[in-house]
Design a protein around this ligand. Structure first.
Ligand code: FRU
Length: 519
């Protein structure tokens, strides 16, 4: 009798505690408030996410599809997850868009476009004034073959049907993937750029109806290239805003051997004639979009309104060296802030410039500090007086290191923990050092110092977006970017300025507290 009462009580406690754990997980999911949960970068409510896919604007909504494992927190069962937004920052999660075909193929990366005139014949809008629908072109990744499939949606991306004539492009190869489709106005046709990943080759196809594709050309970087090419993109941009001087940018995400190690985003500048890419970047110059360790698998938006005119991309904030091991739970993987792209002529050649989209200003909840022309000591005092702390901050600073050996910020500081973002004038470099940033032991490739060369270091502008588990730094108005994940202890919210071996000056400093996109 006594035994069974105890047993029942035990079972009761177990059931209640299980329920409480479950309720907490649910609550945390709903509030997006677990430790390290990004507050203003897109993350899935639960499970594993990698590349952004199918970025497209249609009927007032920005769509973000993404590589997603609906079944777990590591890569697998790849399918397209889905979210929509009215500003590219505040996202609403939607049900899975395109699920894997179990036993046949997974849904790898790809792109989406608006088929404005129903060239595909797959749109059934019934509205003569607007016969459009959405088309997604993705890689069907089978065991020994990767080819390209088309899916279409007649309800603003909510549900998708696979085209019965799939595959629409097939080279009978195991590494043919990541199609990026765009409208090539000069020849009134669609162009698809995809990769032969292991051969490090970009391939160009064209089509009039999005269903029949013809291979027209290919591009390789040369014998010294390494690794695999993934997730290509190809778009035209004006140099220094001059519409008479436009160049094409061919992007290839490379795995591994990026500057910080592991995966990274490389680009070439040149010309494209609808079939061939003529590279103008001198051989031996490797151009990279980001010098941090966590920016990969970029995808740029299709069909932004003509009056908008921007080219905007998003990258995945991770690195294949440790993507499956990052220490978050119930969710894994984050997307970068959307970045506006442009080209600028520099003394070394034409370079890609990235800036956070203007909409990002809308994340500012309140200004914590604003000052100019002060010493590091005075800036520190002001920060102390205003009690500047936080794990979701935007910081804009212009630093003049003077005779200092090294000057910069110590971010997410707590005890001996902190992430350094600094400038070393002697070597003309900017760096992020996350060796002591908090939790780093989950992967030997995670801790480290990642640096980029500056053209000059007498005045350096840093535009920093600090989220609960990441750091995006736009240097000198976006001529250089460093993106890195960090996993500080929850209480490490301090921020300090430092200047070693000399007297650096703070020419200007503004700090804002940023709000959460989930509330
Ligand atoms: C890049 C990538 C792509 C592929 C996808 C699979 O991160 O490897 O080449 O389509 O991820 O999830």
């Amino acid at each position: 009798m006594k035994l069974s009462t105890t047993l029942f009580r035990g079972i009761g406690i177990l059931v209640v505690s299980r329920f409480l754990v479950f309720a907490c997980v649910l609550l945390a999911q709903n509030t997006y408030n677990e430790p390290w949960r990004s507050q203003f970068h897109f993350t899935p409510a639960k499970n594993f996410m990698n590349d952004p896919n199918g970025l497209v604007f249609y009927k007032g909504e920005y769509h973000l599809f993404y590589q997603y494992n609906p079944q777990g927190t590591e890569w697998g069962h790849m399918s397209w997850g889905h979210a929509v937004s009215s500003d590219m920052l505040h996202w609403k999660n939607l049900p899975l868009a395109i699920p894997e075909e179990p036993g046949k193929y997974m849904i790898y990366s790809g792109s989406a476009v608006v088929d404005w005139k129903n060239a595909s014949g797959l749109c059934v809008s019934g509205d003569a004034a607007d016969p459009s629908c959405l088309i997604a072109i993705y890689t069907a990744a089978g065991t020994n073959i990767q080819n390209q499939n088309l899916a279409f949606s007649n309800d603003r991306g909510r549900t998708w049907a696979n085209y019965e004539g799939n595959p629409i492009a097939d080279l009978k190869k195991p590494d043919f993937r990541d199609p990026k489709v765009f409208w090539y106005e000069a020849q009134k046709k669609w162009v698809m750029v995809a990769v032969l990943a292991d051969e490090r080759k970009a391939v160009f196809f064209d089509s009039r109806d999005l269903k029949k594709w013809v291979l027209r050309g290919s591009f390789e970087a040369g014998a010294n290239d390494k690794g695999q090419w993934e997730c290509p993109d190809l778009f035209e941009l004006a140099v220094d805003g001059n519409p008479q001087n436009k160049k094409w940018v061919l992007v290839v995400n490379r795995n591994p051997s990026a500057p910080a190690g592991g995966t990274g985003t490389r680009y070439f500048v040149g010309l494209f004639d609808g079939s061939h890419f003529a590279n103008e970047t001198p051989a031996g110059q490797e151009l990279w979009a980001d010098y941090g360790k966590d920016f990969y698998a970029t995808n740029s938006f299709s069909d932004l309104p003509r009056k908008d005119g921007r080219r905007i991309w998003i990258g995945w904030i991770s690195n294949w060296q440790y993507a499956n091991r990052e220490p978050t739970s119930v969710w894994r993987g984050a997307q970068s802030l959307p970045r506006e792209l442009s080209l600028a002529q520099s003394p070394d050649g034409i370079r890609l410039v990235q800036k956070p989209i203007a909409e990002t200003k809308g994340l500012r909840e309140r200004v914590l500090l604003q000052l100019s022309d002060v010493s590091v000591t005075m800036a520190m005092q002001a920060m102390h007086l205003s009690n500047v702390l936080g794990d979701t901050l935007e910081i804009e600073a212009e630093l003049a290191p003077g005779d200092a050996k090294e000057m910069g910020f110590r971010l997410r500081k707590g005890g001996s923990e902190g992430t350094l973002l600094g400038v070393t004038p002697e070597t003309k470099e900017v760096f992020v050092d996350r060796t002591h940033s908090g939790q780093v032991s989950f992967a030997p490739e995670f801790p480290g110092r990642y640096k980029a060369a500056l053209r000059q270091s007498s005045r350096v502008k840093l535009h920093i977006f600090l989220d609960r588990s990441s750091l995006e730094v736009f240097v000198n108005d976006g001529e250089m970017v460093l993106t890195d994940r960090i996993y500080p202890s929850p209480g490490s919210e301090g921020i300090e300025l430092y200047s070693n071996g000399g007297q650096g000056k703070v020419l200007s400093l503004s700090i804002w507290k940023l709000g959460s996109i989930w509330r």
